[in-house]
Design a protein around this ligand. Structure first.
Ligand SMILES: [Zn+2]
Length: 327
């Protein structure tokens, strides 16, 4: 009897109710898992990820072209500087390039002076390299009434043993630095290297195909870490993307940003992302690996390490042919 009374009502409203049901389910999922947000962070300023040695005018042109799509998209972003990796640049020239980053709406952080590997040098030497890498970046920010706040580890190596890791953490805090973690770790530099070689050889067709492969690969990275965050933390967190200041990202940026938008992401600043309590999760990982903070939290919780998707074999083979297989 009850079913007979309800059925006509249900049938009549079935179609009209569908969007409502969809919205309820969607909101339920969002509430349970959190919003899709991403902070864009770019390493190895003023230019990195490929071995090309630019002159200052070439770096000016590269920087302008790199920043255009980011400025146009009005998304927050931060660049991490290696002040002394480019021996040909004097401080005034570096300053003018970093000014361009601020003028385009970016923030700046310290990525050491010369990009040393904490797995290979003493903590003391490493700290000296951080200090040697801050003068121009700090001056650029302070001229705009801003502060140098963030540090990004080269190779994401944060200490092979707990003493080094904790020693560096304390040193960074005492010097006013906040660590900029990475969750969306990836091998963009492998694509970037092969891409730059294709450009140098004037091979547009190959460059186009590498860019397309790069975007599919990045989509697989984003999808993987979206799921993995929920497995490890029980919900989403604002992801932090690491990419490099390369020709590849200069040319792929509009499509890369679009890929995030189409996957439901909105863009937040690093500062905004770090407000999420997930970034206060315990991280006891000490070891040689430079990988996503999501992996560090998983290992700290005693969960197994589950790695992100690999880059396509053909691209990797080409990279290894040019650089040797040690990476
Ligand atoms: Zn780097």
């Amino acid at each position: 009897m009850l079913m007979r009374m309800l059925r006509p009502i249900y049938n009549r409203r079935q179609v009209a109710n569908l969007p409502y049901i969809t919205v309820v389910l969607f909101l339920g999922t969002v509430q349970a898992q959190g919003l899709k947000q991403v902070a864009i962070t770019i390493d190895d300023l003023p230019h990195g990820g490929t071995g090309i040695a630019y002159t200052f005018p070439e770096l000016q042109r590269f920087t302008k072209e790199f920043l255009e799509p980011l400025e146009h998209a009005r998304v927050p972003f931060i660049g991490f500087v290696n002040e002394r990796r480019r021996a040909t640049l004097n401080p005034a020239q570096l300053r003018s390039l970093l000014d361009m980053w601020l003028e385009s709406g970016g923030d700046l952080g310290n990525h050491t002076a010369t990009h040393p590997d904490l797995n290979r040098i003493s903590l003391d030497k490493y700290e000296q390299d951080i200090l040697a890498g801050e003068a121009v970046t700090r001056a650029t920010l302070e001229a705009e009434g801003r502060k140098l706040r963030y540090f990004r580890h080269p190779f994401l190596h944060a200490g092979q043993d707990l003493d080094t890791k904790h020693g560096l953490e304390q040193w960074l805090a005492a010097h006013g630095y906040t660590v900029a973690p990475v969750t969306l770790d990836n091998s963009d530099y492998i694509f970037a290297s092969v891409y730059a070689t294709a450009l140098q050889h004037g091979d547009r067709k190959k460059a186009d195909s590498i860019r397309a492969e790069y975007i599919s690969y990045m989509q697989s990275i984003v999808d993987f870490f979206d799921r993995r965050a929920v497995e490890v933390l029980g919900r989403r967190l604002p992801q932090i993307l690491l990419i490099h200041a390369s020709e590849l990202n200069r040319d792929a940026m509009p499509v890369l940003l679009d890929m995030f938008r189409k996957s439901g992401y909105t863009f937040v600043s690093l500062e905004e992302a770090l407000k999420d309590p997930a970034y206060k999760e315990p991280d006891d990982y000490a070891g040689p690996k430079g990988f996503s903070w999501i992996h560090r939290w998983a290992l700290t919780k005693g969960m197994p390490l589950k790695m992100e998707p690999d880059e396509p074999k053909a691209v990797l083979r080409e990279y290894e042919r040019a650089h040797g297989s040690n990476r």
